[in-house]
Ligand binder design. Structure first.
Ligand SMILES: [Zn+2]
Length: 78
């Protein structure tokens, strides 16, 4: 039994003003970016370089897909 991450739960924010960005159809955006839905997780994030709040023309630029490493591997002591 596989649990797919719900794309609608994916968090997106503006990298400039840190406002959360609401986007209509996350799965469509991910498809367009070439990100498979089964690679999504709660550590994934979309960062927009500007949003309608801080961009004068109200446009939404292309997002960047970011994967946070909250539970990354432990660093080996040196
Ligand atoms: Zn913004």
């Amino acid at each position: 039994m596989t649990r797919l991450f719900d794309a609608s739960l994916l968090y997106a924010e503006c990298g400039r003003c840190r406002s959360p960005v609401i986007f209509r159809d996350p799965s469509e955006v991910l498809l367009w970016m070439g990100i498979p839905a089964d690679s999504l997780g709660s550590d994934c994030l979309l960062i927009y370089d500007g949003c309608p709040k801080c961009s004068p023309d109200g446009s939404l630029p292309e997002p960047r897909f970011v994967r946070l490493r909250l539970r990354g591997r432990q660093q080996a002591p040196h």
